[in-house]
Design a protein around this ligand. Structure first.
Ligand SMILES: Cc1cc2nc3c(=O)[nH]c(=O)nc-3n(C[C@H](O)[C@H](O)[C@H](O)COP(=O)(O)OP(=O)(O)OC[C@H]3O[C@@H](n4cnc5c(N)ncnc54)[C@H](O)[C@@H]3O)c2cc1C
Length: 494
């Protein structure tokens, strides 16, 4: 039986491991941290439960596909429920908007902002659906190693139909009269850690994922997902070694033959699947001769500044997911990607899973996961100095938006800075979605799932194709596992 080492127990690594073990390979995962899940992590304290990474679950069918491949039922592992109110949006002038998976309700909300935009929304969503369907046949179904195939006329015509020289922001402006709706749809660029003013209009497919396919929640918390994948992997005999950082991928004659762990142990394998951040893997785990300068130029995605707040108060004005918009969206993204500074008046995301799941907080309390997009790490921001005052400004802003007495009601608190994302998960400069999609050709520039230079080396996770976010990293695991299963074959890569 051929054996495989997976570096990292993030969702991409777990998904690849499950598929490969089900296909008859002998799989071992080596994970640096003491728990599985990577950036999908959790904190439990004083009766509160917090997901510290992902909080919004989309593309449920991708998770189902993994369980189906393993001849298991998703329902036997996870209780995944649809959210009726997808997200509640707040603006500083007091207006509020509930995005709902019931499109008539969403249209009623749109009519309150700008009646002409109801029809525009229908057209926008139809376009988003077309884009999603094309991406589903091309980018989301094929590894970038298949690029030569994707450039054949059969696919190329479709790819050109969804490619755009326009930015997402320009696209949204061309559809919606209401500046608020433009801002709302611009926000979808942040789902892969990018700026709407730089990411191509192709990403206008993302709203279809949410409005068309639904927003979901895993009862008990999103951390149930990696736990379910861990269970699935173990059922197929995957060995998971925790607290086991890898120092080096061993390469002989341009072929990987295994890894060396940080305590010096050499573990041989027929294949290596790196779920460690792909850019960091090239930087630190692979001989320098294989390092491609282009990787250094790839802009990391945004990072995140997170507050976990256990609050002894109920906030009836909150939904499960909430957005408190900034008044100047362009300034926010200039700060993030041009100045590499925390935005002064940022948009704030608050997940209160306690609104729909009583297991997440003590009675009459809320577990607030507060996330503000933050720049990837650089010398321009020292979070050790700035975290406290930034935290204060966020609490103050949330109070001004109606979360009364928030400061006085906090009984548990933890701050997570971009530096922690960088150090704990060894991500490229603390990026939370791998590389950004700022740039027209960004989708073609991700690390392919199979190395073109080093035989038997594969890459999965947010910095690889097809991108960051839970469902996409599961797809990267699928693509790598399929290539290994079918015998890697020829293809494009670097
Ligand atoms: C704050 C935040 C909010 C988010 N919100 C959402 C959301 O709402 N919805 C959504 O879908 N996605 C969201 N995401 C993104 C999503 O969580 C990630 O894209 C996804 O989980 C990344 O999976 P991955 O496979 O890339 O692995 P990672 O999570 O990056 O895990 C990689 C693993 O490799 C390990 N590792 C690294 N180097 C080594 C080494 N040398 N040796 C051994 N192990 C190593 C790390 O410790 C880690 O466990 C969010 C992320 C964050 C941080």
């Amino acid at each position: 039986m051929k054996n495989i080492i997976v570096i990292g127990a993030g969702l991409g690594g777990l998904a690849a491991a499950c598929r490969l073990a089900k296909s008859g390979f002998d799989v071992t995962i080596l994970e640096k941290n003491e728990t599985v899940g990577g950036k999908v992590n959790s904190v439990e304290a004083d009766g509160y439960k917090f997901d510290t990474g992902a909080s919004l679950l989309t593309m449920r069918h991708v998770f189902e596909d993994l369980f189906n491949f393993c001849e298991r039922r998703l329902e036997d592992y996870l209780n995944i429920e649809p959210l009726q109110t997808i997200c509640r949006y707040f603006w500083s002038d007091g207006s509020r908007f509930d995005a709902s998976s019931d499109l008539r309700k969403t249209e009623n909300e749109i009519a309150k902002l700008e009646p002409r935009d109801v029809e525009n929304f229908r057209k926008y969503l139809a376009d988003a659906r077309r884009k999603y369907e094309i991406a589903g046949k091309t980018f989301l179904a094929h590894s970038l190693n298949d690029l030569p195939k994707l450039l054949r006329p059969k696919y190329l015509k479709d790819l050109l139909r969804i490619s755009s020289m326009k930015t997402l922001a320009a696209h949204n402006e061309s559809y919606f009269q209401s500046a608020k709706l433009q801002q709302l749809f611009n926000r979808f660029a942040t789902y892969n850690g990018s700026s709407p003013y730089q990411t191509p209009a192709t990403f206008a497919l993302v709203p279809f994922v949410e409005f068309g396919l639904g927003a979901w929640y895993a009862r008990g918390g999103i951390y149930e997902i990696p736990q379910a994948l861990e269970r699935l992997a173990k059922e197929f005999g995957v060995e998971i070694k925790l607290n086991c950082p890898v120092r080096k991928i061993i390469i002989e004659n341009k072929k990987t033959i295994g890894v060396q762990t940080e305590d010096g142990e050499i573990l041989k394998s027929d294949y290596v699947v790196a779920n460690s951040d792909a850019v960091e893997t090239y930087r630190n785990l692979i001989d320098k001769e294989f390092f491609n300068e282009r990787l250094d130029k790839r802009q990391p995605s945004s990072s995140g500044f997170v507050l976990l707040l256990g609050v002894k108060k109920r906030y009836e004005n909150l939904a499960h997911h909430n957005i408190f918009f900034s008044d100047d969206y362009p300034a926010e993204f200039d700060a993030l990607f041009r100045d590499l500074r925390p935005a002064r008046n940022p948009t704030i995301y608050v997940c209160a899973s306690s609104r729909t799941d009583a297991t997440q907080a003590p009675e009459n309390c809320e577990n607030l996961f507060v996330l503000v997009n933050a720049p990837y790490t650089s010398a321009k921001t020292d979070w050790k100095i700035e975290a406290k005052s930034y935290r204060d400004s966020i609490i103050e802003k949330l109070e001004s938006f109606g979360l009364e007495n928030l400061e006085a009601s906090i009984e548990f608190e933890q701050i997570i800075t971009p530096e922690e994302f960088e150090n704990k998960y060894r991500t490229n400069r603390g990026s939370i979605y791998g590389v950004s999609s700022n740039g027209i050709f960004s989708a073609f520039l991700r690390v392919p799932n199979r190395s073109g230079q080093i035989e038997n080396l594969f890459f999965v996770g947010g910095a690889t194709h097809p991108g960051g976010g839970m469902p996409l990293v599961l797809l990267s695991g699928k693509m790598a596992a399929e290539m290994i299963r079918k015998g890697a074959g020829e293809g494009f890569g670097f």
